[in-house]
Design a protein around this ligand. Structure first.
Ligand code: NDP
Ligand code: ZN
Length: 352
């Protein structure tokens, strides 16, 4: 098979590899469309995970099944499927404990482009096919289906973790594609006022379409100052973090959070950094301000349910897709775009 890989730190390119072997519970899928993620950029160019050599990148795709293992019950060759970025081992005890993303070790549910070859390949190996794949509804076109691999489940997970509920005032730090889906998740969970923190015109325009009531540009002073002022010093009930870095966003989030409030972080921080915030802003450790951080949960049931949000018009993923490429070999152009993030970019997709 052919794949677009991280050859080593800061180096990418196409490589040839043997087709993956299909175990009894696995499936092999040919991609219909794939999309690069900011996480691919953190991995290749920012040493966020540690070194990887000749590892095929990518974890956002949909495709058509070309082979299934002997024990796969619910999928067959020719089925068009949604492929989640996170493909846990559903037999692991961590899955039984409710933390499937940490099956096979901490963050071990994240296999594609982390501990095995990713989806930027002409053949995609999916472990535990019955547990991880979901049928691609006919109403969803392949480019939009790619938004169900990672952007929709990750963004929504931020609002789930924070526990957004009716009438909450919510701040969303970072409104790239993940933050935009976090914002949409907050709106769907019944948030009242929603602050979107970002600066690029294109993302601000889409944030308003997804339901942001207020826009905050983090270049115009401290985020917490701006939001505390806008809320008469009250602050917010929930903060969703999907951008910025460990050193400055948590400080802002804890500072503007009301006592009893909570933070849902889905930002992929650099493993070499410290998370910093002031103990006084945390009520000297006693103000019941809670920080949650998580990988997007995978799983077939969740994917099927999230697909219903798209099919029934609750989430319009087309607003996220600003750049479309045709042809597998265009993956390198899409990664390049993601690396340099022009102002008009939200998300590129490659139709294979
Ligand atoms: P983008 O780079 O597209 O968006 C980042 C956003 O953060 C932009 O809106 C940007 O603003 C804003 N931002 C940048 N610096 C700051 C700052 N100092 N303070 C406040 N806001 C800031 O990223 P994505 O949406 O693609 O991804 C977001 C994060 O989610 C990434 O770290 C990614 O790796 C991670 N991720 C996590 C997953 C999980 O399962 N937990 C899965 C997928 C992704 P501006 O408008 O100026 O550009
Ligand atoms: Zn990702």
């Amino acid at each position: 098979m052919k794949g677009f890989a991280m050859l080593g730190p800061n180096k990418t390119g196409f490589i040839e590899k043997e087709d993956p072997k299909v175990g009894s519970r696995d499936a092999l899928v040919r991609p219909l469309a794939v999309a690069p993620c900011t996480s691919d950029i953190h991995t290749v160019f920012e040493d966020a995970l540690g070194p990887r050599e000749n590892m095929i990148l990518g974890h956002e795709a949909c495709g058509e099944i070309v082979e299934v293992g002997s024990e796969v019950k619910d999928f067959k060759v020719g089925d068009r499927v949604l492929i989640p970025a996170i493909t846990p081992n559903w037999s692991d005890v961590y899955s039984q404990a409710g933390y499937a993303t940490d099956s096979d070790g901490m963050l071990g549910g994240w296999k594609f482009s982390n501990i095995k070859d990713g989806v930027f390949a002409t053949r995609i190996h999916v472990n535990d096919a019955d547990g991880n794949l979901a049928l691609l509804p006919k109403e969803i076109e392949p480019a939009e289906a790619c938004m169900l691999s990672d952007m929709i489940p990750t963004g929504l997970h931020a609002s789930e973790m924070a526990g957004v509920t009716f009438g909450d005032t919510v701040a969303v730090i970072g409104i790239g594609p993940v933050g935009l889906m976090a914002l949409r998740g907050a709106v769907l969970h019944g948030a009242g006022r929603v602050f979107a923190v970002g600066s690029r015109e294109k993302t601000v325009e889409v944030a308003k379409k997804y339901g942001a009531t207020d826009i905050v540009d983090y270049h115009n002073g401290r985020i917490s100052d701006q939001i505390l002022e806008a809320t008469n010093g009250q602050g917010v009930d929930k903060v969703l973090i999907a951008g910025g870095n460990a050193a400055d966003t948590f400080e802002e989030a804890v500072r503007m959070l009301k006592p009893g409030g909570s933070i849902g972080n889905v930002n992929y921080l650099n493993g070499h950094d410290d998370v910093v915030f002031n103990a006084g802003d945390w009520g000297v450790g006693m103000a019941h301000k809670t920080i949650h951080g998580g990988l997007m949960p995978g799983g077939r049931l969740r994917m099927e349910k999230l697909a219903q949000l798209v099919v029934n018009g609750r989430i319009d993923p087309s607003l996220l897709i600003t750049h479309r490429f045709e042809g597998f070999e265009k993956i390198s152009d899409a990664i390049e775009l993601m690396h340099h993030k022009p102002a008009d970019l939200i998300k590129p997709v490659v139709i294979c």
